[in-house]
Design a protein around this ligand. Structure first.
Ligand code: AP5
Ligand code: MG
Length: 218
């Protein structure tokens, strides 16, 4: 049975970093709801006007919109053999929708908590920089690019800082996470679908644990 791998964890825990490694090494598409929303927010459309302030506030975009986006994206051909769902579900309503989707698609869920204490998260988020071309994730403290401010793969592209990676919004994102998303961990734990990995180690070490779980269980 194909797997839906769901990296979970607080803002800056390393969900995207691990999701990208899973995509690169196992060929499972990374479906990042945050990346999709940020791309959407750049357009000049009524929807972009709606999404932009929500991203900037650190609150959540409506369940209705998220469910629609995820349903559409995961129904594409590249998701047939499984996928990595990075940033969804974040609420009970989204988790319930995912259960229905899993049944419809004939997949099963494996949730992976990248566990990082709150005090480490701020540096991860404030130090983060992204490539505007390929979305590669860097960090000025922990994973600097070869040339300062430039993507290793796209040296013409200047790395950007996410609009929500400022101290005030990070605080709000953490609160939103604690209130809306953390309770989902119990939900996956109680149905024995949660794996916890220590997210304070090197990304490659964390990835090795995750890959072992995913492959061993396939
Ligand atoms: P989203 O983009 O999902 O943001 P997030 O959950 O806040 O998570 P981040 O992307 O900040 O962190 P990450 O865990 O991916 O960490 P990363 O790997 O980059 O969502 C953004 C917004 O979109 C939300 O606030 C909400 O408004 C909206 N949204 C998205 N999905 C939604 C949904 N389903 N429903 C409603 N609204 C939704 O790593 C962070 C940094 O740390 C990087 O610099 C990285 O290089 C570094 N790093 C990573 N791993 C390590 C390590 N092991 N050691 C040292 N450094 C590391
Ligand atoms: Mg991310």
């Amino acid at each position: 049975m194909a797997k839906i791998i769901v990296p979970m964890g607080a803002p800056g825990a390393g969900k995207g970093t691990q999701a990208r490694l899973l995509q690169e090494r196992l060929g499972l598409p990374q479906i990042s709801t945050g990346d999709m929303l940020r791309a959407m927010a750049k357009a000049q459309t009524p929807l972009a006007e709606e999404v932009r302030p929500v991203l900037a506030s650190g609150k959540l975009v409506s369940d209705d919109l998220m469910v629609q986006i995820v349903e559409e994206r995961t129904s594409r051909d590249d998701c047939r053999d499984g996928y990595v769902l990075d940033g969804f579900p974040r609420t009970t309503v989204q988790a319930e929708m995912l259960e229905r989707l899993v049944v419809k698609q004939g997949h099963e869920i494996i949730a992976i908590l990248v566990d990082v204490p709150f005090e480490l998260l701020e540096r991860r988020a404030t130090g983060r920089r992204n490539c505007p071309v390929c979305n590669e994730i860097y960090n000025v403290y922990f994973k600097p690019p070869r040339i300062e401010g430039r993507c290793d793969k796209h040296p013409d592209a200047e790395l950007v800082r996410r609009a929500d990676d400022n101290a005030e919004t990070i605080k709000k994102r953490l609160e939103t996470y604690e209130h809306d998303t953390q309770p989902l961990l119990d939900y996956y734990e109680s149905s024995r679908r949660l794996i916890v990995v220590d997210g304070t180690r090197e990304p490659e070490t964390i990835y090795a644990d995750i890959e072992k779980t995913v492959m061993g269980d396939r």
